[in-house]
Ligand binder design. Structure first.
Ligand code: IFM
Length: 474
């Protein structure tokens, strides 16, 4: 029986997969690359599960041709990857290393030859270590270094890449990197995390202008935000106020200046005990508010919060890793709760309606700005069968549920132009090491052999037909 029309996507819809440099490339010491903060962090005892690092990762640096061929075989029409800053501009300043850029030229050419549209992310968390040694994102100069790097990459690849993304999930860079310390560089200073957030914003705005000056005018520039869907535990005014605070710290702090030209006043008030915001200079917000061509949304799970009654001590789980230090500045009076329902291997509750809510929120807030789902996916404990095949019906159900919500939002008027599954293949999941498998393609970490899981075939069929195939019975 044919699927209902509601499962049919627009013919121009992009069916992509996403990855990032440090999570897949390996080859950390080759062709002039120098350490990024993630090399330093992962090599620091106790920072990642089992002391695992991205030294080899899934060796994409050497296997990119096969990986692109596999994407094409599956039927994907788009691929989102990130550039390793310390591979193309090792110290974070000065001239580029052509050998580093050549890798991305070859990758992009290979994608184009296979009819796959590249989407290039400039920064997916791997700051050159020398820039961290000079102060990192809490330092204003890092924003200017980022813009310079953006210009260099724009000049080199702007002729063949049309879709550009400045930052991936700046919330994680600022608040997991400098607040809770579960991500590189592992600092735990609330004031530094707020300064980092501003300088990431400023770097984004400066990079947009630098890219526009360096690239053909038809190229499209976006940012990928992991905008949280924050829900209240109850309708109690104190819980609703908790939602507003977390929404400011998760979302408003980025989309405020980027999309609306101002930081939320409530954010500035709520954080006055750790910063007076004097690091924000008069013209900064105007710079950050550079017009965009699209917005990338990354979504995994919603947050459920309430006001804490009584004194709260110790770490409170918010789904972002275990730390004695909260990534949420000035929010010790707020509790995070586990949303009821089935969970993925990350412990993240599966709630596709959150994706619909996110899309419709931005459709309302920035009407006319095209949206892309630049990440969505799930980790499961996938294992090959004795016949070598990898069946992951849970991931198929997850993808079906979320893509159905994307389709529903489109039917309700949202301009969603594409979807990038996280992730193309199993890879280095940051502080969790290789223990969490997000891939549609299984990677045997001993042999580095790739095996498409059943979800890869399911997703490939969706990409080839533009229609969501049914979910197979388990
Ligand atoms: O693996 C990460 C990715 O690097 C950024 N977004 C979330 C993914 C899953 O945790």
């Amino acid at each position: 029986m044919p699927e209902p029309m509601t499962q049919t996507f627009p013919p121009t819809f992009l069916w992509g997969a996403a990855t990032s440099a440090y999570q897949i490339e390996g080859a950390v010491g080759e062709d002039g690359r120098t350490p990024s903060i993630w090399d330093t962090f992962s090599h620091t005892p106790g920072r990642t599960a089992g002391g695992e690092t991205g030294d080899v990762a899934v060796d994409h640096y050497h296997r990119y041709r096969d990986d692109v061929a596999l994407m094409a075989e599956l039927g994907l029409t788009a691929y989102r990857f990130s550039v390793s800053w310390s591979r193309v501009q090792p110290t974070g300043r000065g001239p580029v290393v052509q050998r580093g850029l050549d890798f991305y030229r070859r990758l992009v050419d290979e994608l184009l030859e296979h009819g796959i549209k590249p989407a290039l992310t400039l920064y997916h968390w791997d700051l050159p270590q020398e820039l961290e040694d000079a102060g990192g994102w809490p330092e204003r100069d890092t924003a200017f270094r980022f813009a310079e790097y953006a210009r260099l990459v724009g000049e080199a690849l702007g002729d063949r890449v049309e879709q550009w993304i400045t930052l991936n999930e700046p919330w994680c860079s600022a608040f997991l990197g400098y607040g809770s310390g579960v991500h590189a560089p592992g600092r735990t200073d609330p004031a530094a995390s707020l300064r980092a957030a501003h300088h990431l914003n400023l770097g984004h705005g400066l990079a947009v202008s630098a890219l526009r000056a360096a690239m053909p005018a038809h190229n499209r520039i976006a940012v990928s935000l992991n905008s949280s869907v924050v829900r209240p535990l109850s309708q109690d005014p104190a819980d609703l106020a908790a939602v507003r605070r977390i929404d400011d710290l998760a979302n408003g702090i980025f989309h405020g200046p980027m999309l609306h030209g101002a930081y939320p006043e409530t954010l500035v008030e709520a954080t006055h005990s750790v910063t007076d915001w004097s690091h924000v200079l008069d013209t900064d917000v105007h710079t950050i508010n550079a017009p965009l061509d699209a917005l990338g949304l990354n979504y995994y799970t919603p947050a459920l919060v309430s006001a804490a009654s009584g004194e709260v001590k110790g770490p409170r789980p918010d789904g972002h890793g275990a730390s004695e230090h909260s990534p949420w500045p000035c929010s010790d009076d707020i509790l995070f709760h586990q949303t009821p329902g089935e969970r993925t291997e990350m412990g993240w509750t599966i709630d596709p309606t959150g994706l619909y809510d996110l899309i419709t929120r931005y459709t309302r807030e920035v009407p006319g700005l095209p949206l892309y789902i630049t990440e969505n996916g799930a980790a499961y404990d996938d294992k090959p069968d004795p016949d070598g095949r990898v069946h992951d019906p849970e991931r198929i159900a997850y993808l079906h549920g979320h893509l159905s919500e994307v389709r529903r939002a489109i039917a309700d008027g949202a301009d969603v132009r594409g979807y990038y599954l996280w992730s193309l293949m199993d890879n280095f999941e940051w502080a969790y090491g290789y223990g969490k498998r997000f891939g549609a393609v299984y990677v045997d970490y001993a042999s580095l052999e790739r095996t498409p899981k059943s979800s890869a075939h399911w997703y490939g069929e969706a990409a080839r037909t533009g229609v969501l195939p049914p979910v197979p019975a388990v």
